[in-house]
Write a new protein. Sequence first.
Length: 653
Amino acid sequence: MIGKETIESIIKSLTGKYGDDRETLIRRGVEQAASLWKKDDGDAEAFREFCLEHYHGEEASRRELFDTLSRNYETVWGHFNQLRLELLKPMHLEQGPVKPVDLLFGAYAPEAHVEDDLFDNRIAFLTILNFPFYSLEEKNSQGGDWNRREWAYARMGDIFTKRVPAAVNQHISRVDTDADNYVSGYNIIMGQLLNSEGRKLFPGHLRLISHWGLRDELKANYNDDKQGLEKQRMIYQIMLRIVDQSIPKEVINNDELNWNPFSNKVYDSDKAVTAHEEQDIRYQHLLNNFRAHREADPYSPSEPTYIERAFNRGLEMNADEVESLFVSLLSAPVLKDVAAIIRKRLGRDLEPFDIWYDGFKGRSGISEEELDKIVKKKYPDTDTLQKDLPHLLTTIGFSEERARSLADRIVIEGARGAGHAWGGQMRSQKSHLRTRIPKEGMNYNGFNVAAHELGHNVEQTVSLHDVDHYMLTGVPNTAFTEALAFIFQKRDLQMLGINQDDPMSDQNHILDILWSTWEIMGISLVDMYVWQWMYKNPDATPADLKEKTIDIAMDVWNKYFAPVIGVENTPVLGIYSHMISYPLYLSAYPLGHLIEFQIEKQLRGKDFATEIERIFTLGDLPPRKWMQEAVGGPLSAESLLDAATIAVEERKK
């Protein structure tokens, strides 16, 4: 829309007014604004007049504009965040059946038009012109000498790099909500499951969401010497049925029918009934998400695919860089040594579900049943957990005053799904901790999730309220908030007042992180490869996608997991529900584990709370810069692999 001659004329006028030393910055702002200016915004002369009137070339004036924009963006984003929080409560919280009207409001994105509006009223152009965008490569190469305000200026430049129509944003929100609702209601009633002898292995009240609940129950059964292995094999079979969609749709979230996952037969009492496979609904939701996000591609010139937006923009790490990092750990020889330790501990050959082996954790000597009793007694409902938040924070090192301050900004709520944390986006808002709390009281799994989400909430609170510039609030990407969530989750028994003297605890923790990172890295590769395939095959059917997802999951398994576990050709890596409702989010978890390990090393010998707050008030710097300032080195798998190798050698002595 805006020709080169007009752009050069504007740059010349502004440089003449404000000096040649600002020419590079002026050029960047004018060219970026011109690239997003459309016919409806006005002709070339209108663009010229806008730039000459609204460019702030004096540093004091630019600083004042930045402060004004920061304050107003906080107001806009904060209130839209509150609207979404409230509208999604019927889907996210255990408040009775979800009604059709709840789904309609949940799919509504009140913020969908805000970007359109800000371009239409030219606030977006004002921002771009004065605070232009820097690519990730430029930030990494030029940002070493930037001060905090300059970094905040650069973050303001990240706001408007694309111009996606409101209708596209609304469609993405609607599809995302549909997928989230599908996953949130995907429960298996464990007390209705039958083994080959027609016996029930699980308590009647146990309702597990896929995949989180199934995976965590599988982990818990490493402590059951009597029926644990049989239960694990049954859960694994359920996972396979979900991945290949042969699961009968009638047994999903249904407490009236019995089901044998091995024979795939369904019974009403003792009478066999006709049931129907779920078919390809899981993969239809995945395709819907892909196609909705693909609609935004033409409007995102700097990142023309969702894969690039998820990695280059979302993680601020190139997808190839992330894949290379994952492969370096997945291929590590030390994994076979760890598998040998697990095999010896279990006294049997490993099976595919042993990728979730949980025996390195400190709680391995305490039964799940005993932990459930402890937690139910302490926390029968959300109110008791809410009141005890300050105490939980003091148990891991926060002062009483600081613990109360943090707890006052966190709200506990009962989750319909597996649980999550929802942070504020303006400093008057609180963060929300959601975890499952059954009618009979919280169980240990719910508390373990709550400890994880509490880590998120502390990060959300510290990085919002205690960072020096609003444009730097938050963390570089979701992996960094996952890291603190893992650090808190590791201390769940400490929060419960359970202390275990284990001379091997440090070694066990290293091996636990390595095994967990290995597992989720493989699943993340499946997620990445599936999205790459969808971009190459945009017209695929749900059946096509299911077949390819299973093929990809098996290929990744056979390359990186079969040599360690000793079993080939399983699609179990395709089980994670994140693939369906959190597009390309999974990579944040293994990255989070690596960051967790490096932060834990940094914490040794230091005051836990003080160091955590120092690190997380760094705010939203790019990952490379953040890691350097937080732990003094780059994000890497080498530190964890080296530590694991030493831990294995120590066990051989």
